[in-house]
Design a protein around this ligand. Structure first.
Ligand code: UT7
Length: 319
């Protein structure tokens, strides 16, 4: 017993910030950003909060699944950090939508949604749940150093969700970590205690882009091969590939290394930028709502992120 995806939902901030908008406030250009990352615009939180977006994404997923919030037995929220350190975003969103169930946040950076699927699969296997809501949500515009043009142009905000029900659609799933603090990290800067004076540095995402790039291409290729082998499937059996949307060059390099057909890969990077844990569920919702996914199709998912974490899965589309 694993699970099936019953419904998906997504909510992006209203404000679309184009590369040209950024070039007016910092030393960058549309040409550089498109050439280096494939990003043309990203959605940035302005009047909304991450909680607002998450509530809408959750309600959209519930409506798509034809499931009531009261039926949800477990809510897992994948994020770097929500609107509050505590209570968790999962509890806050549960309160907003009227779900009464165990609820907790999970931080596996951009791989968080796949980690959440893995945990959910365990609950289904133990027959502890019938319906699970998983959400990936980020407001990376608040984690970003807007004086660092090397990172701030890459990220965006958003939330997306999936409702899972009992089923056997999960064919294979593999999560892993390769501990590394140097390539991609962000310090937590809280209040000062009278007992500890320490320089905690800056509270922003810091990244060695080239190292993350190399790690990501290899991780995607190895992990996809691993889960496909575990599910005893070849490229020909996979209808859609959903890769974490960090950089179109990473995706293109992986496609080249794997020698898989490009048209099988879904993309959202051009319009969303890198939305970390929300990236994979945004693609799921895109494939679902556009009618691209057909019942019986096979999806291959692969994500990587700070940690360094990775997560890949093979899922049948049963809707
Ligand atoms: O979810 C995981 C998160 N992260 C990733 O997946 C990131 C993976 N890495 C990457 O996507 C790429 O490494 C980047 C897009 C971040 C950078 O591409 P790059 O080819 O590694 O460029 P670079 O950092 O070596 O920078 C090249 C030049 C530098 O100028 P100089 O030193 O050659 O004169 C930078 O200062 O580009 C400059 N630069 C920019 N120029 C215009 C850096 N950021 C910008 C910018 N606009 N926004």
């Amino acid at each position: 017993m694993s699970f099936s995806i019953l419904g998906t939902g997504c909510a992006l901030p209203e404000l679309a910030v184009k590369n040209e908008d950024l070039s007016k406030i910092m030393d960058t250009s549309d040409e550089w950003i498109v050439k280096k990352s494939g990003i043309k615009e990203r959605r940035i939180v302005s009047h909304e909060s991450l909680t607002d977006l998450s509530e809408t994404a959750a309600l959209n997923a519930l409506a798509d699944a034809n499931v009531k919030a009261q039926e949800i037995d477990l809510l897992i929220y994948a994020t770097l950090m929500g609107d509050t350190v505590t209570p968790s975003m999962a509890c806050v969103v549960a309160g907003r939508i009227g779900a009464v169930c165990p609820a907790f946040d999970l931080n596996a950076a951009c791989s968080g949604f796949v980690y959440a699927m893995d945990i959910a699969a365990g609950y289904f296997a133990r027959k502890k749940v019938k319906k699970v809501l998983i959400i990936g949500g980020e407001h990376l515009s608040r984690h970003t150093d807007w004086a660092d043009r090397g990172t701030c142009v890459l990220f965006g905000d958003g939330a997306a969700a999936a409702v899972l029900g009992e089923g056997d659609a999960l064919c294979s799933l593999h999560i892993a970590s390769t501990p590394n603090k140097e390539f991609l990290s962000q310090n937590f800067i809280g209040g000062e205690s009278p007992f500890c004076k320490r320089d905690y540095g800056q509270p922003y995402i810091r990244m060695n882009g080239q190292e993350v790039y190399k790690f990501a291409v290899n991780a995607i290729c190895n992990d996809l091969k691993y889960v496909m082998e575990e599910a005893r499937l070849s490229e020909k059996d996979i209808d859609h590939f959903l890769l974490h949307q960090a950089n179109i060059r990473i995706i293109d390099a992986a496609i080249k290394m794997l020698d898989f057909p490009k048209e099988k890969f879904l993309n959202s990077i051009e319009q969303t930028g890198n939305v970390s844990a929300a990236s994979i569920p945004i693609l799921l919702d895109k494939g679902n709502r556009s009618g691209r996914f057909k019942k019986g199709d096979t999806l291959a998912i692969s994500a990587f992120g700070a940690g360094l974490t990775t997560g890949s899965a093979i899922i049948r589309w049963t809707k």
